[in-house]
Design a protein around this ligand. Structure first.
Ligand SMILES: *Cc1c(COP(=O)(O)O)cnc(C)c1O
Length: 407
């Protein structure tokens, strides 16, 4: 047997059946007509946002759309946050279509094409510049269409977030402008008549270490103040990035965001003079939506091989790549899994839960202890709310995409 990660405590059972947003998982699957499907519980997302607001009363909250761009979900999030961060022209369109004002959208990401820059500038979206070349192109596009661009500089800091799952800063990187060259670029933005919006400094993702995040945020505030002084330009906004993690695996503990909030609020209260008129913001994806999603998939076959039990399900890595361990994981470990109609029941056997793709990579549970499941039973794979449906290769092997439902 191999361990699995923790099931978020919000999930309850009624008569042994898993409830999502107060509804039985099996009823949700029946109503959808087909499995697999993703179900997102909006009340869990709202509770996350409320918890953030309490912990960070002076800090703006942005939603990083790439974590989950499902339109029905984004529509519900828009009125509850101060902005949306996007990383492509398609996401920029989705954010504005979901009702977010262009002024509250910021656009990061390498390789922005001229047509994407044009759409963003036209909408009044802030562009987080990833290079001097991109700055020149954004200024040229603004001049051509007669709109003053709103430009911020994404900084590649000299430090990185200790122990984060995905490094976004430090050393040679495709993201941002090396800190030493940022003041000159900020001066140029101002000199060319664009609206300077400040700095974007994002040091890493999927961190469960509050101390490491506090340390990175402290360094970020100090760096932003130094850059602002050297540039001689007051940054209206300091975007401190995302990266708050959630527990996926056995032994992971939830992040103490109240501790991070207390520290960042203190940094904000006695911020350096160069940041006197600066709003701080965090752009969170995973922490806001990750635990609110469940991937439901049905057992199609049950077989034995080499003395092990295999439950073959109708879903797989084409929808939930991360649960298969193939989305940036160094070592494959088990996401939390349950038999939906026997939620909380004692485990009776050790089984492998494998997807329906014809590749050995498609394993969603490796020797997990579960109640006995039969063909037709529904399997729930938790932590499917972020980097799931949209971050998986749904065209691979032709099974098609999964349905998505908001409850
Ligand atoms: C991915 C991303 C985020 C969100 O990261 P999470 O780890 O999901 O919070 C925020 N900002 C930028 C620029 C990103 O690329």
């Amino acid at each position: 047997m191999k361990p699995m990660g923790p099931i978020p405590a919000d999930f309850r059972a009624r008569g042994g059946a898993l409830l999502i947003g107060g509804q039985k998982a099996s009823a949700l699957a029946e109503r959808a007509g087909e499995t697999p499907l993703f179900v997102y519980d909006i009340a869990m997302v709202e509770a996350r946002i409320a918890r953030f607001r309490t912990a960070f009363p002076s800090i703006d909250l942005h939603y990083a759309l790439k974590a989950n761009p499902f339109a029905a979900l984004v529509h519900r999030i828009v009125p509850l946050v101060d902005g949306i961060d996007v990383a492509s022209g398609g996401e920029a369109r989705a954010a504005t279509e979901a009702g977010m004002a262009g002024f509250c959208v910021s656009f990061a990401g390498p390789g922005k094409r001229d047509a994407e820059l044009e759409f963003a500038i036209h909408q009044g979206i802030t562009i987080n510049l990833e290079s001097e070349n991109e700055a020149a192109r954004a200024l040229a596009v603004g001049a051509r269409i007669g709109v003053r661009p709103r430009l911020a500089v994404r900084v590649n800091p000299e430090f990185e977030l200790r122990g984060s799952g995905m490094r976004m800063g430090g050393g040679a990187k495709p993201f941002g402008v090396d800190a030493a060259r940022v003041p000159a670029l900020a001066r140029r933005i101002v000199a060319e008549g664009a609206e300077f919006r400040g700095f974007h400094i994002f040091a890493g993702s999927q961190s469960l270490d509050a101390d490491a995040i506090v340390e990175a945020q402290t360094a970020t505030v100090a760096l932003a103040a130094r850059l602002a002084e050297e540039a001689g330009a007051a940054p209206p906004r300091l975007n401190l990035g995302g990266g708050f993690g959630i527990p996926y695996f056995a032994g992971d503990s939830p992040l103490d965001i109240e501790r991070i909030g207390a520290a960042l609020e203190a940094r904000y209260r006695d911020r350096p003079a160069a940041l006197a008129d600066t709003r701080f913001c965090l752009e969170l994806g995973r922490w806001l939506v990750g635990e609110a999603g469940v991937y439901l998939t049905r057992v199609v076959d049950r077989k034995e091989s080499g003395g092990q039990i295999f439950l073959i399900v109708d879903g797989g890595l084409h929808h939930q790549l991360a649960a298969s361990g193939n989305f940036g994981a160094v070592v494959r470990r088990n996401y939390p899994i349950a038999v939906a109609d026997r939620f909380g029941a004692e485990s009776e056997e050790v089984a492998n839960v494998c997807g329906c793709l014809c590749t050995p990579l498609d394993r969603l549970g490796d020797q997990v202890a579960v109640p006995r499941a039969q063909v037709g039973d529904l399997i729930a794979i938790f932590l499917a709310g972020a980097y799931g449906a949209s971050a998986s290769p749904s065209a691979f092997l032709g099974h098609g995409p999964a349905q998505e439902v908001l409850v």
